[in-house]
Design a protein around this ligand. Structure first.
Ligand SMILES: [Zn+2]
Ligand SMILES: [Zn+2]
Length: 131
């Protein structure tokens, strides 16, 4: 699958299907994206390949590093410090986001009242327990 930022200076691809796709309703994802929630697909680092441009890293908390495009600001990735081998890629930057529909909602305790939740998705009040 291929994806890019808004201006196109950052392009990436990954091989195979994502491990999971998740809507995150936490307040940090809300501020990072400027949207009511942010959808990610989880990809093994070894399957993720940056094809053009650079990711600008931003440590948003002790537990995670986010990245964006230096030119247009599109949010691109999220990586947990505790799991550096998984890259969470923003689904909205995929060329074919319909191919990776989310199956879970995370941090529903923080969701905006005017954001409706799909009852078919698994909901977690915060992040799900780690394996
Ligand atoms: Zn850009
Ligand atoms: Zn979040």
């Amino acid at each position: 699958m291929n994806g890019r930022c808004l201006c196109g200076s950052v392009r990436y691809r990954f091989e195979g299907a994502p491990k999971v796709a998740v809507n995150c309703h936490c307040s940090q994802c809300r501020r990072h994206s400027g949207a009511s929630f942010l959808t990610y697909v989880a990809v093994a680092r070894e399957a993720f390949c940056l094809e053009a441009g650079e990711l600008v890293a931003y440590r948003s908390s002790e537990t995670a590093v986010r990245s964006h495009c230096a030119t247009c600001g599109s949010p691109l990735t999220f990586v947990f410090t505790s799991d550096p081998e998984t890259v969470w890629v923003t689904a909205g930057t995929l060329d074919e986001p319909d191919a990776c529909p989310p199956t879970e909602n995370w941090f529903t305790q923080d969701r905006l009242a005017w954001t409706s939740l799909d009852p078919n998705l698994t909901c977690w009040s915060a992040a799900p327990p780690e394996d």
